[in-house]
Design a protein around this ligand. Structure first.
Ligand SMILES: Cc1cc2nc3c(=O)[nH]c(=O)nc-3n(C[C@H](O)[C@H](O)[C@H](O)COP(=O)(O)OP(=O)(O)OC[C@H]3O[C@@H](n4cnc5c(N)ncnc54)[C@H](O)[C@@H]3O)c2cc1C
Length: 324
């Protein structure tokens, strides 16, 4: 499908007719995104349930309508030019959580800190490390997110996803390709709809609670709280960590703390965070990331991997330092 303005209007009209009440037009990405950056999206769809998601995927496939899946946007940098394809958002309509003995079945739109809290209240241990990650379960599974060098993949028994033709797929943990901040869902075009976590009761509830409070107060102390950001910009690499330290420490040693380009600034609190001072553009963030990467490469020989993802106007996702 070519993305001229006329075609844009046509595919949105057709989509609205087929899926009434699901599409919002001309949505400001700077308003809905966590980094508060980005132009307008021509259309955002929020399917109500799994059946509608599957039907929508089939429809988009059959009609050649390009789209990109988003969750809470906590790892995304949207282009200043906005988005010319459909943003398919998996949100609170998919937030159901069911407890079955030591297992939790979580909808992809469930809020990660809420899932961690429910596990704690049920006396289940294993996902305390996720309690401060402000995203959806679907985004967390896709990124294999976690903290303290752990990833959610460790606790997963099964993921239910919807492929491009609208078919439901069940994958065991082994079939999800989990590695550090990676999963098969970053490349296979499937949308995570639900995941089953296996946890255990080996730790008293009070301990789980204390551990989570400790993690949260540590994060509050170390990470910027007030200004919009996307969490850690660069992935921590074990070899680099062992030789020269974590990205934040290396970037700080190179004098980048507080460095500003336009409205984007390396957080004065933690150098692996880039905050939006109110007027940041995606281009400011990308220039800053590029400068940092080049300086770290020159000083240490490590070419740092960028964790945050750039969403191009045509819906292609790239590491946030790249535009192609
Ligand atoms: C303050 C702050 C702190 C953070 N701390 C951490 C941390 O400690 N550890 C960590 O790992 N991350 C951290 N992050 C990053 C981010 O929260 C995680 O990557 C999160 O899991 C992303 O979830 P999301 O719903 O926001 O996904 P989005 O940012 O919307 O999307 C991220 C990726 O997942 C894909 N995606 C989203 N939903 C689905 C779905 N249902 N099916 C398939 N693909 C999907 C998107 O296409 C995109 O590629 C932090 C972010 C912030 C803002």
């Amino acid at each position: 499908m070519t993305l001229t303005k006329d075609k844009t209007v046509n595919w949105i009209d057709a989509l609205e007719e087929t899926f009434p009440g699901v599409i919002s037009r001309d949505v400001s990405l700077a308003t809905i995104s966590r980094w508060r950056i980005g132009g307008n999206a021509d259309a955002v769809a929020r399917p109500h349930d799994l059946d509608e998601l599957a039907r929508m995927r089939r429809y988009l496939h059959e009609n050649g309508v390009p789209h990109v899946v988003i969750g809470a946007t906590t790892n995304l940098l949207f282009a200043d030019e906005g988005l010319r394809v459909l943003a398919l958002q998996i949100g609170r309509e998919f937030a159901r959580i069911d407890l079955r003995d030591n297992e939790m079945v979580c909808g992809a739109g469930a809020w990660v800190p809420g899932v961690a809290r429910q596990a704690m209240l049920a006396g289940l241990t294993g996902i305390e490390h996720t309690c401060g990650i402000p995203g959806t379960v679907g985004g967390l599974v896709c990124m294999n997110g976690g903290s303290q060098r752990r990833g959610i993949g460790e606790a997963i028994v099964e993921v239910v996803s919807v492929d491009e033709r609208g078919r439901l797929i069940r994958r065991s943990r082994e079939e999800c390709g989990f590695a550090y901040r990676r999963s098969i869902f970053q490349t296979n075009g499937e949308i995570v709809a639900e995941t089953t976590l296996t946890l255990d009761r080996s730790r008293p509830k009070g301990d789980i609670r204390r551990a989570m409070i400790g993690i949260l107060s540590d994060r509050r102390r170390k990470f910027p709280q007030k200004l919009p950001n996307c969490g850690s910009v660069f992935v921590s690499n074990p070899a680099m960590y062992a030789e020269v330290g974590p990205p934040g420490a290396v970037i700080e040693r190179l004098g980048f703390k507080g460095r500003k380009i336009g409205g984007a600034q390396v957080s004065p609190q933690h150098a692996n965070f880039i905050v939006n001072n109110g007027s940041a553009r995606a281009q400011d963030v990308q220039t800053l990331i590029g400068e940092i990467k080049a300086a770290v490469l020159a000083a240490t020989g490590y070419d740092m991997e960028v964790e945050a993802r750039f969403v191009r106007p045509d819906g292609i996702l790239l590491p946030a330092d790249r535009i192609q």
